[in-house]
Design a protein around this ligand. Sequence first.
Ligand SMILES: NC(=O)c1ccc[n+]([C@@H]2O[C@H](COP(=O)([O-])OP(=O)(O)OC[C@H]3O[C@@H](n4cnc5c(N)ncnc54)[C@H](O)[C@@H]3O)[C@@H](O)[C@H]2O)c1
Ligand SMILES: O=C(O)C1=N[C@H](C(=O)O)CCC1
Length: 266
Amino acid sequence: MSNIRVIIAGPRGKMGKAAVQMVESDNQLELVACIDRKYNGLSLKDIEGLPSLDAQVYTDARECMSEQDADVLVELTTPENGYVHTRLALEHNIRPVVGTTGFTQEQLDELRKMCEDKGIGAVIAPNFAIGAVLMMQFSKWAAKHMPQVEIIEKHHDQKLDAPSGTALKTAQLIQDVREKQQQGHADEKETLQGARGADVDGMKIHSVRLPGLVAHQEVIFGGHGQTLTIKHDSYNRESFMSGVKLASEKVMGLQTLVYGLEHLLD
Ligand SMILES: NC(=O)c1ccc[n+]([C@@H]2O[C@H](COP(=O)([O-])OP(=O)(O)OC[C@H]3O[C@@H](n4cnc5c(N)ncnc54)[C@H](O)[C@@H]3O)[C@@H](O)[C@H]2O)c1
Ligand SMILES: O=C(O)C1=N[C@H](C(=O)O)CCC1
């Protein structure tokens, strides 16, 4: 089978660096170019801290995608730029594998429509860590039986979006199996705004941002005389890389947009 030709957007970021390493050490994936904010025209090996690869760096994403005959874009930048890159990739028939979080529902709907119109696949996964995917699936199951639930997500303090994509996805999965409902006291009042967190159909989401954290989430279910906590921790960015690899391979066989890695697991 021929190699899958990959462009990585954001190669000097925390996730991008790990993705460059992963692609470099993989037999089936081949890094052909990167999209960065700096270093136009250099090759990756000229950039300090990155592996010695010949892949060319572009600051202009459109130019990169027009010049390079790529199969997959691995997008790991920021919500705003990530959306632009993902659209551009689809316009160039390059299949996006998107880890970047913070896209709005309208943006996701538009990207889904673009995929359908072009008959080309895309994977957008708010969390590529297998343990996090299982944590979300277990939470959906638990919510059927214990529908009173709150989500606490904790991330490093450089994160741009809140709540996390994982927390939103978890809430969506739980919405599939539980009715909107009042949680806490019906007459509850916040004496300090935001004290009860964000609200999704009565379900609360609390976002913690601190140095030292990577990516962590607890989903707490309450019942009569008992609680259940389903918890996942990512301690480093390598935890996401088997998911990025799987998505980069599986996207080649997709004709639609898939939102969440669970759709790619057997
Ligand atoms: N889906 C997952 O499993 C997962 C895991 C971790 C992080 N994330 C998400 O991935 C994204 C990146 O996270 P990170 O921790 O690596 O962030 P980071 O800030 O370390 O890296 C982002 C990189 O993007 C680069 N960048 C910004 N704008 C750009 C542009 N226009 N062109 C090219 N590069 C550009 C920045 O220079 C930076 O190097 C975030 O949205 C984060 O939420 C997702
Ligand atoms: O580091 C981040 O930023 C992460 N974001 C994802 C999210 O928003 O859910 C999860 C993994 C780490």
